[in-house]
Design a protein around this ligand. Structure first.
Ligand code: FAD
Length: 519
């Protein structure tokens, strides 16, 4: 039966995610050995650092030649959140203005110095970390909200504005950001655009190709492309901003974003369901679309193993929100403008779920605090797996009917080889049902490259064989670049290479990433 959420629920902290303390992953260049440093690129010299210091103040230039990563001040920028990728850059720059980025890129282009754009460093494909010694250009200090129009709801912000800060700015004005993700306290709007981040509300608001109205981008030769339109409709020629959305920093450095923001909902409801099978998850999803239609804003699912892992590793002090154990859990959210209207709809939906035996238990949040607390059972899954050891993380898209079959097949595959629960532990599945997007994660023994490569191959081949995508929202970065030729046609790759070479003929922007064969 459906219950109100009564227990004392801890408030979800959405502040910056904290990387677990453990041994550093080996250098990416030692793991992905078929990618070699291009000798087209110059090695960094003191004269280069002297030049950057004429553009930026001293505290916005971190140069560290320290070979020991344990003590290098650049390690947090060379390494990713999941501790899966590590570069060996000796220089990180923190510009505060677009004109500074223009000067930096112009110089790097002339001197053939390779560059990695970096935002909040929460990316999951290693795109934001150097492959070798590329210079990191971090946008954290470009963090001003430039304007907001309360009539159109269009916000214009520097690329380095943290997603949650933008949302907090918009909230008292009655607006909200059209995307939400577990890393919102750390990721930046420029990084979100560059990865075409999806997240929890994509099924309601669509992806950033639709919500971004304009971009300001610095091209590799230093040209500032002012494409920062605030118009919803503009059919003058090619829609250039689309090239940079999801380009993972390979075509230019995004410095400003014009974003269409929706009204902040007056009524938010959230329910967690206990379901016996993935078939029941799908039924509950279809019924939610039927009964809740225009107010449905998120439909997430996770398996029992995810739930137990979060409890064990992250929320030891919080009681399970639903007492009876279940094979699957779903979290659905509605956002509307009138509580009574939405409540009536959600009550009818939940009653139908129980009467048709689709769900066997559930709980509904009664206030904002409980809403936040229920979300954390879903949002903290990635942190739980990272805290549990070397984490493998995948982000595949496919027909909704197939989503969980991949997890079952992975378990069977490694079970038959005697590797499940020995080499591959904590194999869990969760994701965005509404978007046909599964996250499958597992732990492996400390940085076991063989185990990592084996699971990469199995998961990506499985997705390709089932007409899926090897990345729904995290992007290619360096982690999947070797699989691009397996999932894109020759003509597709060729056109991507042509675009890259036209915009970045020297190949300085985030080399070795996303598109193979461009150097
Ligand atoms: P970074 O990690 O710094 O960079 C990511 C890529 O964008 C890199 O290739 C980088 O070179 C490029 N880039 C960054 N800034 C710029 C710029 N200004 N100009 C040009 N290129 C740039 N992702 C989702 O889509 N959905 C989720 O639900 C989701 N949940 C997550 C939960 C957790 C706990 C974590 C750790 C990550 C999650 N992610 C998710 C992944 C990540 O948060 C997103 O990819 C996010 O958009 C990255 O933003 P960032 O500012 O951290 O970018």
């Amino acid at each position: 039966m459906f219950r109100n959420c009564r227990q004392s629920l801890r408030l979800f902290h959405t502040s910056r995610i904290v990387r677990a303390q453990k041994s550093l992953t080996p250098l990416t260049s030692d793991k992905i050995t078929n990618i070699k440093r291009s000798d087209k690129f110059k090695q960094l010299e003191h004269s280069d650092i002297d030049y950057f210091q004429t553009i930026l103040t001293t505290n916005n230039v971190i140069h560290d030649g320290e070979a020991n990563p344990e003590i290098s001040s650049l390690t947090p920028y060379n390494t990713d959140f999941f501790n899966l990728h590590r570069g060996s850059s000796k220089l990180c720059l923190f510009p505060t203005e677009t004109t500074q980025i223009s000067k930096i890129l112009k110089y790097c282009n002339e001197k053939k110095l390779a560059v990695v754009p970096q935002g909040g460093n929460t990316g999951v494909s290693g795109g934001q970390n150097p492959m070798f010694d590329e210079i990191i250009v971090n946008t954290s200090k470009m963090n001003k909200i430039r304007s907001f129009d309360p009539i159109s709801g269009v916000a214009v912000a520097d690329a380095g504005v943290v997603l949650e800060n933008l949302d907090n700015y918009l909230a008292p004005l009655g607006y909200t950001v059209p995307l939400d993700l577990g890393a919102k306290g750390s990721c930046q709007i420029g990084g979100n655009v560059s990865t075409n981040a999806g997240g929890l509300r994509l099924m309601r608001f669509g992806n950033l190709h639709g919500n971004v109205l304009g971009l300001e981008v610095v091209l590799p030769d230093g040209t500032i492309l002012d494409n920062l339109s605030t118009l919803r409709k503009d059919n003058t020629g090619y829609d250039l901003k689309q090239l940079f959305i999801g380009a993972e920093g390979t075509l230019g450095l995004v410095t400003g974003v014009s974003l269409l923001t929706p009204r902040k909902p007056k009524a938010v409801n959230i329910a967690m369901l206990a379901l016996d099978s993935f078939d029941a998850v799908q039924k509950a999803f279809v019924m939610a679309k039927e009964d809740l239609s225009e107010i449905l804003s998120a439909f997430e699912f996770w398996d029992r193993e995810s739930m137990e892992l979060v409890k064990r590793v992250m929320l030891q002090d919080s009681p399970y929100p639903i007492e009876a154990k279940s094979s699957f859990y779903a979290l659905l959210e509605t956002q509307g403008s009138r509580q009574e209207h939405d409540q009536e709809k959600i009550d009818a939906y939940l009653t139908r779920l129980m009467e048709t035996d689709v769900a066997h238990d559930g709980v509904m949040a009664q206030d904002a605090k409980q809403t936040n607390a229920l979300w954390q059972w879903r949002e903290r899954i990635p942190e739980a797996i990272v805290k549990s050891g070397t984490a493998m993380t995948y982000d595949v898209a496919m027909d909704v009917q197939l989503l969980y079959k991949m997890v079952e097949d992975v378990k069977q595959h490694y079970g038959e080889r005697g590797l499940l629960d020995t080499t591959y532990t904590n194999v869990i599945g969760f994701g965005h049902v509404g978007d046909g997007n599964l996250h499958i994660m597992a732990n492996i023994p400390d940085h076991d490259r063989k185990a990592q490569k084996d699971m990469d191959s199995y998961v990506y081949d499985w997705a390709i064989k089932h007409n899926g995508s090897i990345t729904a929202e995290h992007g290619i970065g360096v982690a999947k670049v070797n699989y691009m030729t397996r999932c894109k046609t020759e003509a597709q790759i060729h056109l991507m290479q042509t675009l890259k070479k036209a915009i970045d003929p020297n190949g300085i922007m985030n080399p070795y990433k996303a598109v193979p064969g461009t150097l």
